[in-house]
Design a protein around this ligand. Structure first.
Ligand code: ANZ
Ligand code: ZN
Length: 802
């Protein structure tokens, strides 16, 4: 009775496809449940064993919800624009569309071989014009609401991809994708004003069921900071405004620093005595990334701005102004008041340039380091602030500055507007044209989709312009506003565009009038459970929350937030505990695993491999254990007896198993759920039999994990219908109560030992067992027990004298 997984798995996959059991219904009386996983980029390498970890976990949730009576939407699609297909096209002279189609076909068959319960009738592809029509439509709405604008600015430029990157795509100073050096380059770029949503993107996290580490990472990335803006007068009459989180330390501001790009330098060229030196410094700084510039450990550099001095507004003293690259032009006002006594960066700089260091918060030691503590100190050397705590001093100085008209409270965010242009071919064309008379004009909505034209070469131009910039026929067009000659935008959108709203399209994927119908959006929103990679927390997850909030504001979607619940899985590592990669030679191919072990084993294994939220190394031994488990399940047909009732031997275990598996799925503890089913199987084999009723229960519980073997066994045993038509089992609360409980034993209120007693023991029985406990006997030997206290189910306390 060998289990022929290859044949049986194929059979069920075809059966599910044929009957459409996993199709979601847009009109249903059942409660809805929308389960979502991040759709993949269909790369040339095919599926990675990391992909099924997320897909299987949420497949288990989706299958459980269907058995619980929900109308479940669990969709899949392709995030198919992007650089790898384009780089491949450049190298091999094939249209990225062809490469993409081939890759999608491979990915799809790999996913289907895993028996994932996706509703394939809703498959979407971000590179399909009928899809990106709506990505372009959303862009036009953003433009019409003043949230998309074009701006000349220094951007992150990857020297190898020859492409602009967003801040989120620069990790540790290098390109997130290719690892090459990132430099600053001034270019005209489309920008999206995500900063207008910063406050709401932080505040609305409170209402969401996201795992805490995701919330923390988003909050930190948005980086809300509260403080004050303070105006310093200067000897050239111009006010130099700074942003500070520590206005309380104003009496300790002994010099100022402006960013090398600060406009004051150009404005007062004539007054700056060492202009050449200053400009040379600015030039050197422009070649560094923000990351390099702000690294705390780095040696501080800078030049004094000779000929101009500032005036400290509270002391009236004149202080020097420096130019240094540790101050960024893109944050606050691009200028700071330096307080070396209480800011380590300023301290290092002051030591190097021999500038005065004044202690204004007492209670620390500033002989070797800045004293940055804001909790314990009290103000000193600060006139009317002396004796106050930092918190009190902040309040008082801000009131003072406001009264004098030289300062006011201010909130700042680390978040920057989103650079939305890419000088690339394989992306959505930006639907804008430039007219010399009218400026930038949006394409009429009736002209969408603006289809990507065919090009001869996919290479970007040497100056970094998009390959589309060579397509003069396509570029030259007429102005939708005045009818005169105009030129199309040649930049395309970043890969994050299509994924910023794809979850909405699944709700109504074939709609050609709207991105999705009002009814579909109303019915399915929000996504109930979304699982995805931690690496997307400050990219896709943030971008899509922003777009969704915008769509909510303009009345397109019914909810403020796209996703109610967000979880995140750990990576699957190589057998050696390192990241899987070609260069390490430790890549496991899912096709091989499915061929050798079957999809059920692969699914079980991916869930059994370790705690879902943590990284886990691949293990060939435990995959064999999972295979053996599937075979033992198959073998149960030898042990099954008639009758739908539960046997005395397994009754309590069965109820406990129902509870355990039900709870564990909700908490993504798939590994312990599987362990419990394995233990149950051991009990069955020890008992030598299982009733049909018990086996049905087991098959339903196991079905979300191992859908093929469970359906097959159900059919072989003629249990009637399909597992997918059954109801999720309920447990009897009385039967899951533990038979024994642990009682704490105390002497005079101090814990001395514990004892296990039958759960239904009465007071006298518990006391009797407690008195007989060896430790208690030894400790009460020769003493008098004056009182016995028994808290049922919890503890016994002996009050002892002598
Ligand atoms: C005086 C001061 C005294 C500061 C002190 C800190 C401690 P966050 O929390 O990141 O908002 N700063 C302001 N703008 C800057 C810029 N463009 N580049 C680099 N540094 C800048 O920190 C704000 C603090 O970082 C500000 O408060 C300012 O230094 C500095 F004991 O002002 B502080
Ligand atoms: Zn015009």
């Amino acid at each position: 009775m060998r289990y022929d997984f290859a044949k049986i798995e194929k059979k069920w996959q075809q059966e599910w496809e044929r009957t459409g059991v996993f199709h979601a219904d847009n009109h249903s009386d059942k409660p809805k449940y929308y389960a979502l996983v991040e759709f993949p980029y269909p790369s040339g390498q095919g599926l990675h064993v990391g992909h099924p970890r997320s897909y299987t976990a949420i497949d288990i949730v989706a299958r459980k919800r269907r058995l619980q009576g929900y109308n479940v939407l669990y969709p899949m699609g392709w995030d198919a624009f992007g650089l790898p297909a384009e780089n491949y096209a450049i190298k091999n002279h094939v249209h990225p569309k062809i490469v993409t189609e081939k890759n999608i076909a491979r990915f799809k068959s790999q996913l289907q071989a895993l028996g994932l319960s996706f509703d394939w009738s809703r498959e979407i592809n971000t590179t399909d014009p009928s899809y990106y029509k709506w990505t372009q439509w959303i862009f036009l709405q953003l433009y019409k609401h003043g949230l998309a604008y074009k701006k000349e600015m220094a951007v992150n430029w990857c020297t190898s991809c020859k492409c602009v990157l967003s801040n989120e795509e620069v990790v540790g100073g290098v390109c997130e994708r290719c690892g090459a050096e990132v430099v600053r380059k001034v270019k005209s770029q489309w920008m999206l004003a995500i900063t207008k949503y910063a406050e709401r993107l932080i505040n609305d996290l409170d209402e969401l069921d996201f795992v805490e580490r995701v919330k923390i990472q988003q909050r930190n990335w948005i980086g809300r900071s509260t403080g004050a803006e303070v105006d310093f007068a200067t000897t050239v009459g111009h006010n130099l405004t700074v942003y500070t989180t520590r206005p309380d330390t104003l009496f300790g501001a002994t010099y100022m620093v402006i960013a090398p790009e600060h406009p004051m330098i150009d404005q007062y060229r004539d007054q700056i005595e060492n202009l050449d030196e200053v400009l040379a410094y600015r030039d050197a700084a422009s070649r560094k990334s923000d990351f390099e510039r702000t690294e705390l450990a780095k040696d501080k550099t800078g030049v004094c701005l000779k000929g101009i001095r500032a005036v400290n507004p509270v002391t009236g003293g004149e202080i020097p102004i420096y130019v240094s690259d540790y101050v960024l032009i893109s944050y606050g006002t691009g200028a700071i008041m330096a307080v070396p006594g209480h800011d380590q960066r300023d301290y290092d700089f002051a030591k190097k340039f021999d500038l005065p260091i004044i202690e204004v918060v007492g209670g620390g030691d500033i002989s070797e380091h800045a004293f940055e503590d804001i909790e314990t100190g009290h103000m000193v050397n600060s006139d009317f602030l002396n004796g106050l705590t930092v918190e009190q001093a902040k309040e008082k100085i801000i009131a003072y500055l406001e009264e004098k008209g030289v300062g006011h409270p201010k909130v700042n965010y680390k978040l920057r507007d989103w650079v939305f242009s890419r000088q690339r071919y394989w992306g959505e064309p930006i639907p804008m044209v430039y007219c010399d008379k009218c400026g930038w004009v949006p394409l009429p909505e009736s002209e969408l989709p603006l289809v990507l034209p065919e090009v001869e070469s996919y290479e970007p131009a040497e100056n970094g312009d998009s390959p589309l910039s060579k397509m003069t026929d396509w570029i030259n067009t007429t102005c939708p506003h005045c009818g005169g000659p105009a030129k199309r935008e040649t930049d395309t959108m970043p890969q994050w565009a299509g994924s910023s709203w794809y979850f909405l399209r699944y709700m109504d994927p074939h709609n050609d009038k709207e991105l999705a119908s009002k009814e579909a959006l109303q019915y399915w929103s929000p996504v109930d459970w979304y699982n995805g990679g931690m690496e997307h927390t400050t990219l896709h997850l943030l971008y899509s929350r922003f777009w969704h909030k915008f769509l909510y504001d303009i009345g397109v979607v019914p909810t403020k937030e796209p996703y109610q619940k967000r979880t995140s899985h750990g990576m699957i590592l190589g057998e050696n505990g390192e990241k899987m990669s070609k260069s390490r030679g430790n890549v496991i191919n899912p096709d091989d695993i499915i061929r050798d072990y079957g999809a059920d084993t692969m699914r079980l294994y991916e869930m059994f491999v370790g705690d879902f939220e943590k990284a886990a190394p691949w293990s060939s031994t435990s995959i064999k254990g999972c295979k053996r488990f599937v075979e033992r399940v198959w073998g149960l047909q030898e042990l099954v007896t008639q009758g739908d009732g539960y046997s005395a031997a397994l009754c309590s275990s069965t109820h406990k198993l129902i509870k355990k598996v039900s709870d564990d799925i909700e908490n993504l503890k798939m590994n312990t759920a599987i362990a419990a089913m394995m233990a149950y199987l051991n009990e069955v084999y020890d008992a030598g039999s299982i009733t049909a009723g018990e086996l049905k229960t087991l098959l339903i519980l196991l079905n979300p994990f191992a859908p093929h073997v469970t359906e097959e066994l159900w059919e072989v045993l003629k249990f009637g219908g399909r597992v997918t038509d059954q109801a999720w089992p309920q447990f009897d609360p009385d039967k899951v109560v533990d038979d024994t409980i642990e009682i704490v034993l105390q002497i005079n209120g101090k814990v001395k030992n514990t004892v296990t007693v039958p759960a239904d023991s009465d007071r006298e029985a518990v006391l009797a067992l407690a008195r007989e406990d060896e430790r208690i006997r030894a400790l009460t030997e020769g003493k008098q027990i004056v009182k016995e206290i028994c808290v049922p189910g919890k503890l016994v306390n002996f009050v002892v004298k002598g």
